[in-house]
Design a binder for this molecule. Structure first.
Ligand code: S3P
Length: 186
């Protein structure tokens, strides 16, 4: 049987990994990060994959890993890379069966948090503000088209954002169990 999934999507620097890990721990669920899973599988880091195979190669690996993570038998909080919504196959999969939360963040905060990170190939640009703004224009409609819920993470007070996520998750999970109880009685 397939477990339940809470999937975190959103731009680089939104806090998907740190909030996802804490959310999973509070729910007593497993936590998986798609980038980390790709690195474990390939034995190399993300910049190396981009160098050797280009972004297209990375997206293929990301697609494979997403399918694997979403079919794990356990309840899992899955943090996805920022570009996961680019492939229509991934959009379809995310819409299908999962509870998807968009963690949204402003370009200003993205730059403050991860602007200097050499481990993110798409963060390297001579005009980072313009580059991230363009990326946001392209991706925001895609994020919104697959998300069940949007949480803004501009505040650096992660404990209160985590609290919001827990409430959303609990609400969603109890709705699910109430629904199945009713179906059972009917
Ligand atoms: C990417 C985001 C990264 C990583 C890769 C590409 C993107 O993940 O998947 O560098 O296209 O936005 P984070 O969102 O965790 O930084």
């Amino acid at each position: 049987m397939q477990g339940q999934k809470i999937v975190l999507i959103g731009p680089m620097g939104a806090g998907k990994t740190s909030l996802g890990r804490r959310l999973a721990s509070r729910l007593g669920w497993r936590f998986m990060d798609s980038d980390q899973a790709i690195c474990v599988k390939t034995g190399v880091d993300i910049p190396t994959i981009f160098n050797l195979e280009g972004e297209a190669g990375f997206r293929m690996r990301e697609k494979e890993v997403l399918q694997e993570l979403l079919s794990l038998p356990q309840n899992v909080v899955v943090a996805c890379g920022g570009g996961v919504v680019l492939l229509p196959e991934n959009q379809q999969l995310l819409r299908l069966q999962n509870f998807v939360i968009l963690l949204d963040v402003s370009v200003k905060r993205q730059i403050e948090r991860v602007g200097q990170d050499k481990n993110r190939p798409l963060m390297q640009s001579d005009d980072l503000v313009d580059h991230l703004k363009k990326m946001r224009e392209q991706r925001l409609p895609l994020y919104k088209s697959v998300a069940d819920f949007v949480v803004n993470t501009d505040s650096n007070h992660f404990p209160s954002i985590l609290q919001q996520l827990i409430l959303i998750a609990e609400q969603k999970l109890s709705i699910k169990s109430r629904l199945s109880n009713r179906l059972f009685k009917d």
